[in-house]
Ligand binder design. Structure first.
Ligand SMILES: Nc1ncnc2c1ncn2[C@@H]1O[C@H](COP(=O)(O)OP(=O)(O)O)[C@@H](O)[C@H]1O
Ligand SMILES: [Mg+2]
Length: 396
């Protein structure tokens, strides 16, 4: 086809009743070769596979990029279910309750290679999280993991969800990336907001230990603080949404329709605590503490009051409180070395005793480096602690 014929064809295609977008785009890009004064880059479809393989090395790194995307989208939780994945060809289902994507956000973000608005917006809109994955790798990670992808995403503000299906087999070399199309449709919402990725025909098999490895890779993002019921209600009532409620990842295997939990904060963190302390002071000021340690065979309940020698004497100011504390001993006898480093890191960044009032965090108690009860001897010696006026509020 010469230039004139090509232009004629473009006009004809553009005016036809059932507009064939792919054909129109292909013809237009062909037209570029007749531009004698300019040349342009075009992109071969094989680039997707190349980038997938070169940017994302290990399969575990690939999955952790997707968990980072959920965190970046202000999700409170992400569930990963590995379905029939003992052999290659299984399915990985990743569902988060984050902000989700609109059709436009999907086109301008996920479907635009090399774009990431996270460089311009390094913190997330809702909980002001420092965004974890902003290298534009997530979309290649899904290609690295499985042969087909289904994305279902919905936003709070919309009453429908979008569903996109991508068959990576279509992205082979010797054709223009621009001309490969992927079906998008509206479907009914599955949840208020969030994104589900279904990665079909997994390229690898997933054992229990490789799934656990993912958890360790992302454990830096996980803030396993249970939030109180009152707090949820208060947030609703006052419409406060900026306090980060934390982020949890749960990794599950599904075999023969049976769900087998592999890794969550219980199995990867709390189960390694040598003891758990749970306590409360009731409305009359009477306190109780339970201490449970399977390891040391302790299961005790102790009364607690204002006077150490006479615990029946109730607290006069301290009322209606409760707490739960996990006690770790950082030694390989108690925590396997693989987990040990992660737990120490997690405790260093997110540990400490935090204070909640009516379900809301009271700052700066328990912030990074804020050992307000002076429990950490090594920190006390360095005396870098911010001063609190009412450290003695515990009424003891
Ligand atoms: N779980 C998700 N929830 C909402 N948006 C997502 C999610 N995963 C990916 N996205 C969107 O797709 C874009 C591309 O993701 P990715 O390739 O990982 O690049 P990056 O995270 O560096 O922006 C993100 O910027 C985001 O807009
Ligand atoms: Mg990402």
């Amino acid at each position: 086809m010469n230039e004139k014929a090509l232009i004629k064809e473009i006009v004809k295609t553009a005016n036809s009743k059932d507009l064939d977008y792919s054909k129109l785009l292909e013809l237009s890009s062909k037209l570029a070769q007749y531009d004698e004064d300019n040349v342009r880059f075009s992109v071969d479809a094989g680039v997707i596979d190349k980038l997938g393989r070169e940017l994302v090395g290990r399969k575990e790194t690939a999955v952790s990029e997707l968990v980072k995307n959920s965190y970046d989208a202000d999700a409170k939780k992400v569930d990963l279910i590995f379905i029939e994945s003992d052999l290659e060809g299984g399915t990985l289902e990743i569902t988060d309750d984050g902000s989700g994507m609109s059709r436009k956000e999907l086109i301008d973000g996920f479907m635009k290679i090399s774009s990431t608005d996270k460089v311009h917006n390094p913190t997330s809109p809702k909980y002001k999280r420092e965004r974890a994955g902003r290298k534009g790798i997530g979309r290649f990670a899904v290609q690295r993991l499985g042969k087909r992808l289904t994305i279902i995403s919905q936003k709070e503000s919309s009453n429908v969800a979008i569903k996109v299906e991508i068959d990576w087999n279509k992205y082979h070399g010797d054709q223009d990336l621009l001309t490969i199309s992927n079906k998008i449709e509206e479907v009914s919402k599955k949840q208020e907001s969030g994104t589900t990725l279904l990665i079909h025909e997994l390229r690898d098999k997933w054992t229990k230990s490789s799934i656990e490895r993912i958890y360790r890779y992302v454990s830096g993002l996980i803030q396993p603080y249970p939030i109180s019921k009152e707090r949820k209600e208060l947030e609703k009532e006052r419409n406060v949404k900026t306090l980060d409620p934390g982020f949890k990842a749960t990794l599950i295997k599904k075999e023969d329709k049976k769900l087998i939990p592999i890794a969550d904060e219980q199995s990867m963190i709390y189960d390694y605590a040598v003891a758990v302390f749970e306590g409360m002071v009731d409305s009359n000021g009477n306190g109780l503490i339970s201490i449970v340690s399977k390891r040391f065979e302790i299961d005790e309940i102790i009364e607690l009051g204002r006077d150490r020698d006479n615990p029946k004497k109730p607290f006069s100011h301290l009322k209606n409180i409760s707490f739960k504390a996990y006690y770790f001993i950082y030694k390989p006898e108690y925590i396997p070395s693989q987990q040990l480093r992660k737990i120490v890191n997690l405790a260093q960044h997110s540990g400490g005793i935090r204070l909640y009032r009516n379900g809301f965090r009271v700052l700066p108690y328990g912030e990074f480096g804020d050992d307000w009860l002076e429990l950490d001897e090594s920190v006390k010696k360095r005396s870098i602690l911010p001063q609190h006026s009412n450290t003695n509020f515990l009424d003891l």
